[in-house]
Each structure stands twice: as C-alpha cells, then as structure tokens.
Ligand binder design. Structure first.
Ligand SMILES: [Zn+2]
Ligand SMILES: [Zn+2]
Length: 149
C-alpha cells in the first residue's frame, strides 16, 4: 500500500506513527533533545520496542553517561551529527552547555575538561560513569537511572 492510499482513523494514527522507524534526522533530534515533547514521546515509545532504532541511536552517541554532582545527575553526551561533526553537551540543573567539534576526540576532551573545571572538587561516586548498555533491553527514558559497574 502506498502512502497515498493510507487513510488513517485518528485513533490509529498514534499506533501508526509509533511503528515508523526513526530517520537519521529524527535520531539526531532525539539525541540532541530538540524534538517537541509530543513527538519525543512517540519516539520513546518506538525506541522501547525497536532494536534497530536503538542501535542506530547508540551508533551516533559514542559517549553518554552521568556524574552525580551535588546530589543530582549531570548528563554528558556526544552526538555524531549528520554533517559529520560532533556535538558535546552536558546538562542538568542548573547547567546546559554544548559545543560542536570537528572530531570525536575534541568533543570528549571538552566534556572531560568541563567536568574538571566546572566541578573542581568532584570525586566520582559509584553511580558515576553510566553508559547505556550496548545490549540488553533499552532503558528509556533516554537517560536511565541504572548504573553499570
Ligand atoms: Zn525502529
Ligand atoms: Zn563523577
């Protein structure tokens, strides 16, 4: 059935959208957290059950982890952009900083240095350093509260 032949009842629209794989553009927006909340919810629902999209997402996120600082998580993430640059971001109350880099190494260095400079006295807790598991069931919402090691 071609797209033009599809007639969607409103109640099935959500299910249909949920079943669609995320495009490279959508994955990038998801990783950068730049989707409208309603679209993001649908993407989350899809990612919960779609291994293919989870793998595609992780492929563009070579780094995604947290440090527990002053009682709360600060998230650190590198996203590979479609333009072949790397976006490094760290966020969590009260910060949200990010920059684009030409290389992954540059992006990772930025995150490491930011951690050292912004939170000088930080000593890692056992919960620091989460990376999303590369296999096993995905943990969504995107930043999960379970820790490896
Ligand atoms: Zn999918
Ligand atoms: Zn830490």
């Amino acid at each position: 059935m071609s797209a033009s032949q599809m007639v969607l009842a409103p109640k099935s629209l959500r299910d249909t959208l949920k079943a669609l794989h995320l495009s490279a553009e959508s994955l990038e927006h998801f990783s950068l957290d730049s989707m409208p909340a309603t679209v993001r919810d649908l993407a989350c629902e899809h990612l919960r059950t779609c291994e293919r999209c989870c793998h595609a997402l992780r492929a563009i996120e070579p780094a995604s982890f947290v440090h527990i600082i002053e009682g709360g998580p600060i998230h650190f993430r590198v996203t590979r952009l479609r333009c072949d640059r790397w976006y490094a971001r760290y966020w969590g109350a009260p910060v949200d900083c990010g920059r684009t880099f030409r290389t992954l190494a540059g992006a990772e260095k930025y995150l490491t240095q930011s951690l050292r400079q912004v939170w000088r006295g930080h000593k890692c807790l056992p919960q620091c350093g989460l990376r999303l598991a590369l296999d096993g069931p995905p943990e969504w919402p995107h930043v999960c509260d379970r820790y490896s090691d």
